[in-house]
Ligand binder design. Structure first.
Ligand SMILES: Cc1cc2nc3c(=O)[nH]c(=O)nc-3n(C[C@H](O)[C@H](O)[C@H](O)COP(=O)(O)OP(=O)(O)OC[C@H]3O[C@@H](n4cnc5c(N)ncnc54)[C@H](O)[C@@H]3O)c2cc1C
Length: 396
């Protein structure tokens, strides 16, 4: 006999854990499963920038205080091109901010909150498929770390299982989506050195893009544009510093031991469907963006904000209207974020085969932004995040 719960969530990433946390505030029971161990979840380096609305939801629902104490508030970024830096002042243009607080720290906070609340959170359990997706009692078929079968039936199954979602197949078919691949990737490093700059630097250079970012007072995160098939071991440490230094003319980077390298491919994807009956997708399972606009994790949070209200109405008031509307309302923000991520990517990266004309046009586009209040405000509004429709759920 399958176990039974109200909501079964596949994936203990930011989307799945936050959804379970918010549902709990309405007294709605859920089970969250994840194929990874707790340690893997809490140590994998991914996104680092939280929009103001994401921070508000974490703090107002008491999921995290540390974001305000350990995280750093940033009220601007720098765009660097043609040898000069230009600050985009968020406070001055839109009165908002972002916080530098790594994704794995958000996950540590959410895991701790879930376990402290006695939540059913299971690590090492891998979903294989969803059955009876079109009915009011969908079911997930999974295996635990020892290979034992696990079956959980629920009122609602939520696919928060990331870009390689198995739940997506039950909703839309594996390839059912809008898709774009980019001809470049990011080579990312983590190094032991103090910050080279108080704010993030997004640099468009003749050699290609670079992003100078921080993780903590002693650790920096930096990226540079590379070919998608680049091997992480293709460069020595010395070569990596040469590449990075050349792409941020005007700033001398603080160098230190490089202890992690990764290559992050660029893809834009939006699933054609986000819901089939009582099976719903959130976060990267439904959409992915290139990381240039720092939207991936924040978009996952925005889906969850909407879905919480929809599930509250369904499960407590027997009202399915909001769940019916969920995909359409979510898609409005998803496509705004898709556009912003695409726009930042194209404005800042060197396109393979770009002509002199293309390069000069790109500089003209950057000047259009930095030399105009409206241009700076447009970037600042999108980067710090649009307001959530309907406010924050579960905030008492
Ligand atoms: C390598 C990488 C680097 C990134 N770097 C950046 C960055 O620098 N900046 C940025 O803005 N964004 C970045 N992103 C994007 C950002 O991290 C994601 O948008 C965000 O994690 C989405 O959250 P999510 O909860 O939807 O999915 P995820 O965080 O992917 O969580 C999905 C969870 O589901 C689990 N899972 C998957 N399949 C199953 C299954 N079958 N059964 C059980 N569990 C399963 C996974 O183990 C995972 O814990 C990066 C993403 C990746 C993959």
């Amino acid at each position: 006999m399958p176990e039974r719960t109200r909501v079964v969530v596949i994936g203990a990433g930011p989307a799945g854990l936050l959804l379970s946390h918010l549902l709990d505030r309405f007294g709605i029971e859920s089970i969250v499963i994840d194929s990874r161990t707790r340690e893997q979840i809490e140590t994998t380096i991914r996104a680092g920038i939280l929009e103001q609305g994401t921070v508000e939801i974490l703090t107002d629902t008491r999921a995290s205080d540390r974001v305000l104490t350990v995280g750093q508030k940033h009220e601007g970024i720098e765009l660097r091109f043609a040898g000069e830096g230009h600050r985009i002042d968020f406070a001055d243009t839109v009165g908002r901010a972002v916080w530098l607080y790594p994704q794995h720290e958000v996950l540590k906070d959410l895991v701790a909150a879930r376990l402290a609340a006695g939540q059913d959170l299971r690590f090492g359990v891998t979903a294989e498929r969803v059955e009876d997706a079109g009915t009011s009692r969908p079911r997930i078929v999974a295996k635990d770390a020892e290979g034992n079968p696990v079956e959980i039936e629920a009122d609602v199954v939520v696919g928060a299982d990331g870009s390689r979602s198995v739940v997506r197949e039950a909703v839309t078919g594996t390839y059912g989506g809008y898709f774009r691949e980019y001809p470049f990737a990011w080579f990312g490093i983590l190094c032991e050195a103090p910050p080279s700059s108080p704010e993030l630097i997004y640099s468009n250079s003749p050699d290609g893009f670079a992003l100078i970012s921080q993780r903590s007072p002693g650790v920096q995160r930096m990226y540079f544009q590379c070919a998608p098939d680049t091997d992480t071991e293709a460069y020595t440490e010395e070569q990596l510093w040469e590449i990075l230094q050349a792409r941020v003319p005007g700033t001398t980077l603080n160098e230190g031991h490089i202890f992690q390298r990764d290559v992050l491919r660029f893809r834009s994807f939006v699933a054609h469907e986000m819901r089939r009956g009582r099976v719903v997708l959130v976060g990267d399972a439904a959409h992915t963006v290139p990381p240039t606009g720092a939207k991936g994790m924040n978009l996952a949070v925005a889906d969850v904000v909407l879905l919480t209200e929809a599930l509250r109405a369904l499960l407590l008031d027997h009202d399915e209207t909001l769940l019916d509307a969920y995909p359409e309302i979510a898609r409005r923000r998803i496509w705004k974020a898709q556009h912003f991520s695409w726009w930042m990517t194209n404005m800042l990266h060197l396109q393979p085969g770009a002509s002199d004309f293309d390069r000069m046009r790109q500089i003209g586009e950057l000047r259009t932004i930095v030399e105009s209040h409206a241009g700076r405000a447009y970037l600042a509004e999108a980067y710090t995040g649009w307001q959530f429709e309907g406010g924050l759920p579960g905030v008492k």
